[in-house]
Design a protein around this ligand. Structure first.
Ligand SMILES: NC(=O)c1ccc[n+]([C@@H]2O[C@H](COP(=O)([O-])OP(=O)(O)OC[C@H]3O[C@@H](n4cnc5c(N)ncnc54)[C@H](OP(=O)(O)O)[C@@H]3O)[C@@H](O)[C@H]2O)c1
Length: 341
């Protein structure tokens, strides 16, 4: 390792509006070594996620903001290459929060062992990881989905949305997904088994398109986008409908608060429940989530798509691409070999 270098991405400046490559800096450092009780990990994949945009703003939230001049962090998977910790041996595959860098040293408390024999290791950053748990908890626990209901999903081909669509189908629901390209819509129909799809970029009036797809209304709207999507859903909800609010990506880069939602008054006569949630509140339900996912995967009822960008130097553009729909399914960056030892 002595002649190898670590590369990491630091936040150079806080983005205003859409993030730009200039907000990030690629920095070369020495490969760290594992101290007493520590392990050294060679990262294989790192995750780029929409929530990271919120951490680039200097404000209090459910996670602390990234600091300018410091390396970013986020989900990653890799292999232990050096261990002074009895709980981990060289060769173990682990998930961590040490992304946006090629090598990562940990005391072990933040690591979770992953099993490469069950699924490709990067799946633990997507369908079998945080986005998958978000879909499962958001739909079943927050949205309180009942078998056979009518479900609308925005950003439906994304890391979270695609899993939401399939869980709902596995529960016998009528499912409509919206996405921003014909390719994504085709995948949603053919692979994720959506009953109907809406390309929100070409459908014209979104509220009318949603009404056409839901002549009897929506029981659960899984909210990933906000803005026009929330307005269109609110205009088409059924009585006692639920809206688990997972994300509102359409406004993450807004420089001022947008107006609306204009159809909010419908919560009263329809007795709607709109509930935000954060996936970390459901981490203790990971075993049940993984049991369900394993069962569905075995039955051929759970598929996912990935967009893998090569090289840590391209992580900023992979991240920016989330806000332009450049990713199809889980957005990942390959930052090292799948097998390091
Ligand atoms: N609450 C939680 O704990 C939690 C956890 C994870 C994720 N989330 C949220 O869940 C949502 C989905 O996350 P993800 O990881 O699955 O991301 P993703 O869907 O894989 O990627 C983002 C996608 O959003 C769509 N999008 C971007 N800007 C849009 C806009 N202005 N209008 C409509 N669609 C837009 C794009 O797809 P199109 O081509 O379809 O436009 C893009 O590919 C995000 O809002 C995220 O913040 C929340």
């Amino acid at each position: 390792m002595s002649n190898q270098k670590n590369r990491e991405i630091r936040l150079k400046s806080r983005p205003v509006g859409m993030p730009a490559p200039e907000n990030f800096e690629l920095v070369e450092t020495a490969v760290p070594t594992a101290g007493p009780g520590q392990v050294l990990i060679r990262n294989s994949y790192m995750s780029v996620d929409p929530y990271m945009r919120g951490r680039m703003v200097d404000r209090e939230s459910y996670t602390p903001p990234f600091q300018v001049g410091e390396a970013l962090s986020g989900g990653a998977v890799g292999q232990v290459v050096q261990s002074n910790n009895p709980n981990f041996k060289v060769g173990d595959y682990v998930g961590s929060f040490g992304g946006w860098r090629e090598w990562y040293v940990s005391g072990g408390m933040d690591l979770n062992k992953i099993d490469p024999s069950l699924a490709p290791i990067q799946a633990y950053l997507g369908a079998l990881g945080m986005p998958g748990l978000t879909a499962w908890a958001g739909l079943l626990k927050v949205g309180e989905l009942k078998d056979g209901e009518r479900v609308f999903v925005s950003a439906a081909s994304g890391a979270v949305g695609a899993i939401v669509c399939q869980i709902a189908k596995n529960k016998g629901c009528y499912v409509v997904g919206s996405a921003g390209s014909d390719d994504k819509c085709e995948w949603l129909k053919k692979v994720a088994r959506c009953d109907e799809v809406i390309n929100y970029k070409t459908c014209g009036d979104l509220t009318a398109a949603v009404r056409k797809a839901f002549p009897q209304g929506i029981d659960v709207y899984f909210e990933n986008v906000g803005g026009d999507h929330l307005d269109a859903a609110l205009a088409n909800m059924r009585a006692n409908g639920r809206i688990p609010v997972c994300g509102m990506i359409a406004q993450y880069n807004a420089t001022e608060l947008p107006p609306g939602p204009k159809n909010i008054i419908s919560v009263i006569p329809l007795r709607l429940t709109i509930k935000g949630f954060i996936v970390s509140d459901y981490m203790n339900q990971t075993p049940q989530f993984l049991t369900d996912m394993a069962k569905w995967a075995k039955e051929g009822k759970m598929a996912w798509h990935e967009t893998i960008t090569d090289g840590i130097e391209n992580a900023p553009s992979a991240f920016i691409g989330l806000f332009k729909g450049s990713n199809f399914g889980k957005a990942l960056v390959r930052v090292g070999p799948d097998k390091a030892v």
